[in-house]
Design a binder for this molecule. Sequence first.
Ligand code: GDP
Length: 535
Amino acid sequence: MTQTTLAAAGTDVSAQARRRRTFAVISHPDAGKSTLTEALALHARVISEAGAVHGKAGRRGVTSDWMEMEQARGISITSAALQFAYGDTVINLLDTPGHADFSEDTYRVLSAVDSAVMLLDAAKGLEPQTLKLFDVCRYRGIPVITFINKWDRPGRAALDLCDELTERIGLPPMPLTWPVGEAGHFRGVADLRSGEFVRFHRTAGGATAAGEEHLTGEAAEAEGGAEWTAAREEAELLQASGGEFDAARFEDASATPLLFGAAVANFGVRQLLDLLVELAPRPTARADAEGRPRELTQPFSAFVFKVQTGMDRAHRDQVAFARVCSGKFERGMVVTNATTGKPFATKYVQQVFGQQRSTLDTAYPGDVIGLVNATALRVGDTLHDGKPAVKFPGLPSFAPAHFAVARPADIGRAKQFRRGIEQLGAEGVVQVLTSDLRGDGSPVLAAVGPMQFEVATHRLEHEFGCVVRLDHLPYTAVRRLPDPAQRAIVDRERSSEVFARADGTLLAVFEQEMNLRILQRQKPELVLEPLVADG
Ligand code: GDP
């Protein structure tokens, strides 16, 4: 390319990157993530206007597509991205699998986003899986927008939910809207920046957007009555005690913009989309493994944050999902896998959700590409085009919550067993730990979610020809043990022990948080550190 065309390409990439908003929804199962995802996509009207997924126009479009794919494959296609346009903005919404699919991959998705939407059920507030995902966001410094959902149903008081955010996770809310009408009597929201009363109306038969009426001054007073006054008073109370909106506090992840809504009725969905467009960070230069920024306009680079392997490897239906970090991606490019130095042809690239498995021709920073038949790619791999080469930081490990000792059912297959365990550990399918206490040298597998064990045992049997037996261990709490000399303190107890990871990190595991607290009280000299992620 000549200098001028290079410069033009750079401008194109910068402009395209500026249009992108790449985020994930973090929530506990049943808070309404699927409903919100669908509402966002449908509100953006792409699916309905583009003639819908699988040619079916209608409300269940996104969900049914997911379900069909889940059924066809036996396990869900996790952590892929839904892409849609909203005005001039390109929204990339990455899936964070919950329910039975909650696993290390769910956390890894967060390495590929620029922001997150924390979705709370108005009746429940912060729930365990939300807290775990939020810890990862905090660890990575990801800015978080909070959306309190299901306001159409009876729930907790708005101020009470706000207090919970401040007190439990130290994330003060900065409301941008405030509900008019308590939970269960949702009439609309006060837009705290414009001062308007945005009144919501249910629209008939599964429409893609809520009816909205914008009222000001006396009209707002007359329509909103006592509920309007109460809403404004409450919001002022919160704003006066540090809840005033400040974009800088969102960007440095020290406070969270807050919205209220009901995804099922599309209430508040437009406000969320507009906020993402206005506020959510766009892709920026990503630091490579040496900490050097890879500028957006440098040649194409991407990192693999998720590999989806069909349970039946005979079909070799492996899709690697990569987030584009720099440059323009064009289908057919032959790129380099920085881990192996080998070329990788990108003839088969798909955008997996929403618009069937449509072939993707170009992608820009912030976009997710699905590389099909990518059996050579692993989570953490970097792909790049030409020079300069780049390698992004590798695979992070997260605090596991499930542990099991693994042994080959047939001792004659010990060699296959060892090879398989080593491979699965390297791929990050499960974490492989060792124990000093357990004399037979059997590895301890550790996982964020139990599905990881299923994948591991299935692959050990079908790929490595070794049936495994798992003995589940009763541990639920984990901390890092920085001082190896303190190992004995933990190992001595019946309800705890110490495992070592391949990188030398020592993990102290306990049956319950309570056991941990009791031991710390008895042995104040014991130093344990919180563990969210490494790497
Ligand atoms: P997910 O597990 O987080 O994906 O949750 P779903 O989107 O499947 O929602 C769980 C249940 O909550 C479903 O029955 C939804 O219809 C319901 N739901 C979701 N959003 C709302 C809402 O705003 N109001 C009410 N009343 N129900 C909702």
